[in-house]
Design a protein. Structure first.
Length: 120
């Protein structure tokens, strides 16, 4: 099953949860893409600093606070992912509603926990 994952809010800082998530996704052999404020690289994953027309994205995992998410609403919906994961601190009822209206699953969860418990 395709589990292509896009990490939004990606960082090259090894202390950031988005960085740890990228490393764990790669460790679990999940095809991973990343979008952040600055270009960079985590393991073999290139962090883009501009929205790209990624194809076949199954999961978007968010590491942006609700205010910063606003500029990504239409972009994420346009990618047509199967689901969007709202990691702790990213919960956003307005965006959850928009996703539901577009038949995109949403999950308030921690990507790191999902991966470590084999529930990803």
């Amino acid at each position: 099953m395709n589990k292509n994952t896009l990490v939004i809010g990606a960082s090259t800082n090894p202390n950031r949860y988005s960085n740890i998530a990228i490393k764990r996704l790669i460790g679990k052999k999940v095809p991973t893409f990343a979008l952040g404020l600055r270009k960079g690289k985590v393991l073999e994953v290139i962090i883009d600093d501009e929205k790209q027309p990624y194809k076949n994205i199954d999961t978007v995992t968010l590491y942006l606070n609700p205010k910063r998410q606003e500029e990504y609403y239409n972009y994420i919906v346009s990618l047509k992912p199967r689901r969007v994961i709202f990691n702790p601190g990213t919960e956003n009822m307005k965006f959850l509603k928009l996703l539901k209206e577009n038949n995109i699953e949403s999950e308030i969860a921690c990507t790191l926990v999902l991966l470590s418990t084999n529930q990803y």
